[in-house]
Ligand binder design. Structure first.
Ligand SMILES: *Cc1c(COP(=O)(O)O)cnc(C)c1O
Length: 470
């Protein structure tokens, strides 16, 4: 296929069958944008169970009891909650609203964990009322929880968030070291005032050996806790389970080589020669690794078979020997293949110095995570009534915020058949973070509508009723 829009060099997204069918139907795409506005976030969660299954298969191969919890912060739709439950997953929530919505949606409180970085009294109260496990970050928070639990006359169920003492693991703001937790618990007037249901950690990055080290450390903490009357039943390794957006490793390498060769002042590849954080010819640490290996199941396989420190057996054997359940909280990699965003072209013009620009009815917070850029080629769909003459050009996508640097993407794109108002641009595979994690409603522009395939129709996700729309 000769795409109507292509990056220089190209980064071709892997598409789910539902995405290919949708993109082949220009009439339907236009209808969805007319009905729900531009941009619109489209969800089809059919891939979620397959993604979870890949992880389960790896765990089952080692006889490890295993559960997957969807990290809700990666996508705010209520459809994601339903899809997770339907696929047999629990939910990892990071705020009062996230927890409240899960409970109202009928999620079993025993299949929820609260991992919020900072926890309000309201959040802690709601967790206590429902006996939801709270991942404790620090002693002040633990004391807040114990006080509220005393008032409510309930015993809190907690996971201890573990910060590694291993010098090979980067320092973290999250959690406390094992010695600090043991000190805290040892100092409690009533050691049985709380139930340590599990150990929890979440590491930055995607290192499998790093997770194996933390698992070994967590198992050590479980053994130490047995000495003070606690018997945690699970270890939760958090998220960061890797995925690839690109099938072609060569494209990924070629892109970074080409970018490293871009001369200062040239805008052949990126806006204002932006290196996207790269310091050499390899991938930048400031963007997601859009191609990587191993991912999901094979990655988990490596962790389970790993034997950190000594001859005590593999991680899997250590878990099985203690009857510990392994849990994880993938966000991005569980939502792989579950979303696509569609926006409408508003205008085509030239920058004052002649560089071509295509303006979208969209702003840059609507397809972005916390990293430097979204590195997949969007897909252009010619609108049925596109009227302007279609001269080829290559240039940049700009958005609705009144800022010079308001680029939807930082890369330059070739439009071999031009583009015109009324055309649509699809951003593939955006369900994990790219729609929601930094979206804003500056200028009082409405947030994008969230729509999902319910098996027979495209319908509005009910999360949008929770948001005041101008
Ligand atoms: C963000 C986060 C996750 C999800 O991370 P992914 O990279 O999307 O898998 C899981 N657990 C915690 C505690 C997190 O903060």
């Amino acid at each position: 296929m000769n795409p109507l829009m292509r990056g220089n060099p190209p980064l071709t997204a892997r598409l789910e069958p539902w995405m290919e069918r949708l993109l082949a139907d220009a009439g339907l795409c236009s209808e969805l944008v007319e009905r729900f506005g531009s941009p619109v976030n489209l969800h089809d969660f059919s891939a979620l169970e397959r993604n979870a299954q890949e992880l389960r298969t790896a765990a089952a191969g080692h006889g490890v009891d295993f559960q997957v919890y969807l990290a809700r912060k990666a996508n705010k739709t209520l459809g994601a909650i339903d899809a997770a439950v339907k696929a047999g997953c629990g939910l990892d929530v990071a705020s009062l609203n996230e927890l409240d919505q899960c409970l109202r949606r009928g999620v079993d409180p025993g299949r929820i964990i609260v991992t919020a970085a900072v926890k309000s009294a309201e959040l802690l109260r709601l967790a206590l009322e429902n006996q939801v496990v709270v991942s404790l970050d620090n002693a002040d928070e633990a004391n807040d929880l114990l006080k509220l639990a005393g008032e409510a006359g309930v015993k809190p169920r907690v996971a201890l968030r573990l910060a590694s003492a291993n010098p090979g693991i980067a320092p973290t703001r999250f959690g406390l070291r094992a010695t600090a937790w043991l000190g805290f618990l040892g100092g409690l007037p009533d050691p049985a005032a709380l139930e340590v249901a599990g150990i929890h950690f979440h590491l930055n990055g995607y290192s499998a050996p790093g997770r194996a080290l933390l698992l070994a450390e967590s198992i050590g903490l479980v053994d130490a806790l047995a000495g003070i009357g606690q018997s945690p039943g699970f270890i939760d390794i958090g998220g960061g389970i890797p995925m690839s957006y690109l099938d072609d490793a060569g494209q990924w390498e070629d892109f970074w080589k080409a970018l490293a060769g871009q001369e200062a002042g040239s805008e052949e590849i990126t806006w204002k020669s932006d290196p996207l954080g790269a310091v050499g010819p390899g991938p930048s640490a400031e963007v997601y690794p859009y191609h990587q290996h191993p991912v999901r199941g094979q990655w988990l396989e490596r962790i389970l078979g790993d034997r950190p420190d000594d001859g005590q057996g593999s991680i899997a054997e250590r878990l099985v020997a203690r009857n510990l359940q392994l849990r994880c909280e993938p966000g991005r990699s569980l939502l792989d293949g579950c979303g696509l965003s569609l926006a409408k072209v508003a205008f085509v013009k030239e920058r004052s110095d002649g560089v071509p620009l295509a303006g979208l009815h969209m702003n840059r917070t609507q397809c972005r995570s916390t990293s430097a850029d979204f590195l997949l080629d969007p897909i252009l769909i010619q609108g049925a009534e596109a009227r302007a003459p279609r001269a080829p050009f290559d240039g940049f996508l700009v958005g609705a915020y009144c800022i010079e640097e308001e680029l939807i993407l930082r890369r330059r794109f070739d439009f071999p058949h031009g583009a015109a108002p009324g055309d649509l641009i699809a951003f593939p595979n955006t369900a994990g973070y790219l729609m929601h994690i930094v979206e804003s409603a500056s200028h009082q522009l409405p947030l994008a509508a969230n729509v999902l395939w319910d098996g027979s129709n495209w319908v509005r996700d009910e999360i949008d009723e929770h948001v005041r729309r101008p």
